[in-house]
Write a protein that binds this ligand. Structure first.
Ligand SMILES: Nc1nc2c(c(=O)[nH]1)N[C@H]1C(S)=C(S)[C@@H](COP(=O)(O)O)O[C@H]1N2
Ligand SMILES: [Mo]
Length: 313
């Protein structure tokens, strides 16, 4: 299988030189592992030639400013466990993720309940390097491994009545103890957003399987929206006629809108969204200017051309 590196990040964002070395080490580890997630391991198994192609892409002049893996693994938002970004990483290890299945139901011709292995059996995995911007004002660059959600949605044959997609996270009450919000975590997209080619289901990052704290075994990645839309540990995908009620919108409707498109012109009621702190940058590095649609406007702006982005924030 071929893993293709999509170069979404401009030259001006400098690379982490360790990444290539790290990837080679990781792929070896994956190839050697025979335990759980066996189907995933085979999905990741690239031939030597594929890896040479990938390394060539990475050592070329168009280098990527990927955030070091250690930072992405150890600075996580997983509120079902805790509000603390370090503790969530530790506590998430208590999640049971094998076996895993996902229901895809609602306004569809062919509802499915798929084991993770079946779900992946018809998808080919690619690497997608995307920026992730959290509503709290920090950002990072993550090499996800996954596939466009559109491919999976096609398999259930959505009816013309399907206008929205609702995503539900797992809730394991013996492991998830934060009682401050209503669980399970729920997110949603409009159907056109859900089938946009930038919208991914990720099963890995940095050439390896997704760590539990980053949403294993399966999470959404919507790079032009604030991070809270990129829901982790998905167990249910429902196609709906109307917009679902989502966790953050229910909790604080004036602070977290349904659309949540990254937009420097729409401040959060308690802070500005004009700039962001890139995780891993040096202490004195100035904050980066936040870009409309997180810099993916060329690809996604047309979906919102007739909408007031202040009203539909
Ligand atoms: N189920 C679930 N999904 C979630 C969250 C969460 O608390 N629970 N946090 C969201 C937020 S606020 C962000 S910024 C991203 C963070 O992803 P990361 O921890 O992998 O960087 O996940 C999103 N997905
Ligand atoms: Mo976030």
């Amino acid at each position: 299988m071929r893993i293709i590196t999509k170069k979404e990040i401009p030259d001006s964002e400098i690379t982490d030189p360790q990444i290539l070395h790290q990837r080679r080490k990781l792929i070896k580890a994956i190839l050697a592992s025979t335990v759980a997630w066996s189907s995933l391991s085979s999905k990741f198994a690239a031939s030597e030639t594929d890896w040479k192609n990938l390394s060539d892409a990475l050592t070329g002049s168009d280098k990527l400013n990927v955030t070091p893996n250690d930072l992405v693994k150890n600075y996580t938002n997983y509120y079902e466990f805790t509000f603390n970004k370090e503790d969530s990483t530790r506590l998430a290890q208590n999640l049971q993720i094998d076996p895993w299945s996902v229901e895809i139901i609602g306004e569809v011709e062919k509802p499915l309940n798929l084991h993770l292995e079946e779900l992946l059996s018809q998808q080919s995995l690619q690497e997608y390097v995307y920026r992730l911007r959290c509503v709290e004002g920090w950002s990072m660059v993550v090499p996800w491994v996954g596939f466009p959600l559109a491919g999976l949605l096609k398999r259930v044959k959505p009816l013309s009545t399907a206008k929205f997609v609702k995503f539900t996270s797992v809730h394991q009450s013996d492991a998830m103890h934060n009682g401050m919000l209503q669980w399970p975590y729920v997110e949603g997209l409009r159907v056109d957003e859900a089938v946009h080619p930038l919208t991914l289901l990720a099963v890995g990052m940095y050439g390896d399987k997704l760590p539990k704290q980053n949403g294993a075994p399966l999470r959404l990645v919507v790079p032009w929206k604030y991070g809270f839309k990129s829901i982790k540990a998905i167990v249910k995908i429902e196609l709906l006629k109307t917009a679902p009620i989502t966790t953050w919108n229910l909790y604080a409707p004036n602070e977290y809108g349904f659309y949540a498109n990254v937009n420097p012109a729409v401040p959060h009621p308690r802070w500005s969204q004009i700039s962001e702190r890139r995780i891993g940058s040096r202490f004195f590095t100035p904050r980066k200017a936040t870009e409309l649609f997180n810099g993916y406007g060329e690809q996604v702006a047309s979906m919102y051309s007739d909408m007031d982005l202040v009203y539909f924030f």
